[in-house]
Design a protein around this ligand. Sequence first.
Ligand SMILES: Nc1ncnc2c1ncn2[C@@H]1O[C@H](COP(=O)(O)OP(=O)(O)OP(=O)(O)O)[C@@H](O)[C@H]1O
Ligand SMILES: [Zn+2]
Length: 308
Amino acid sequence: MNMVDIGAAQAAYRDELVAAGLLIPTGVDGLYGRSGVFEEVVERFDALVTRWGGADGAEAMRFPPALNRRYFEESDYLKSFPHLAGTIHSFGGDEKAHRTLLRRLEEGQDWTEDQVATDVVMTPAACYPVYPTIARRGALPDGGTVIDVFSYCFRHEPSIDPARMQMFRMREYIRIGTPEQVVEFRETWLERGREMMASLEVPLEIDVANDPFFGRVGAMLSSSQREQKLKFELLIPVTSTQKPTACLSFNYHQDHFGHIWDIRTADGGVAHTACVGFGMERVALALFRHHGFDPAGWPAAVRKVLWG
Ligand SMILES: Nc1ncnc2c1ncn2[C@@H]1O[C@H](COP(=O)(O)OP(=O)(O)OP(=O)(O)O)[C@@H](O)[C@H]1O
Ligand SMILES: [Zn+2]
């Protein structure tokens, strides 16, 4: 399949999902409502992740899908992914500016001139609020820590690919500790992720990957990330077998976040971090793709894994 065919296949599959009622269109590419059936699959998968991750004794934290703008600025996200970021702006003008806004709106012109940045930005990945939070507590305990998060995330990447949304949910486990603790966690999850997804009887492969760093410097960052094998993805065909979709990712940030927020291990070293991320909508879409649109008809073994 060439790129045109891949695009056509994505559009066709999106239409099928909409026709089946699983995705509810909003008129914006990558922004969908979902049906009750879709949500039930997300919930069952979320519970499955908890069963596989539970033994690690992770501390659960739930943040709203927005981030303190200061943390976002400190995180270096704008250096790497300015094209994906979503900032939250609000009207900051006086009454005269308000009249101008209404007139422009009426005339179908750009009305956003007096929108000013607020103190919050959209969360780009569920783990971002965790690092500054952990840093505030002071040095880590001996064994380091494991945190469990679940959040809507925003990325400005409108696409006809139903698996590439602008707002989607990410469950994550985040390991913070010594390099050894963190590397071991990622190894463990690479295996667990494979077994867990195999139990759902979907075809999968795990491969080295890179983040979509921006610009020419970004291209260098991408290849160095691949060379160092800092990111792996678990891929499942959703709209194309040739270009399977990243449904889980396994990221090793080395001391990037530890350094930014001065997170310290018990022995005073700069903490390393890693996270495993589960793309909830992508996993649901993969299950619908391989087992059909009606979960009642899914293979008994898969139903048992999800519904018990
Ligand atoms: N635009 C999106 N729509 C839906 N799910 C997404 C999207 N981007 C990422 N995810 C999910 O969140 C998980 C963690 O995010 P991560 O930044 O690692 O994505 P990614 O692997 O870089 O995705 P991709 O390479 O497809 O852009 C991914 O494994 C994926 O399942
Ligand atoms: Zn993460």
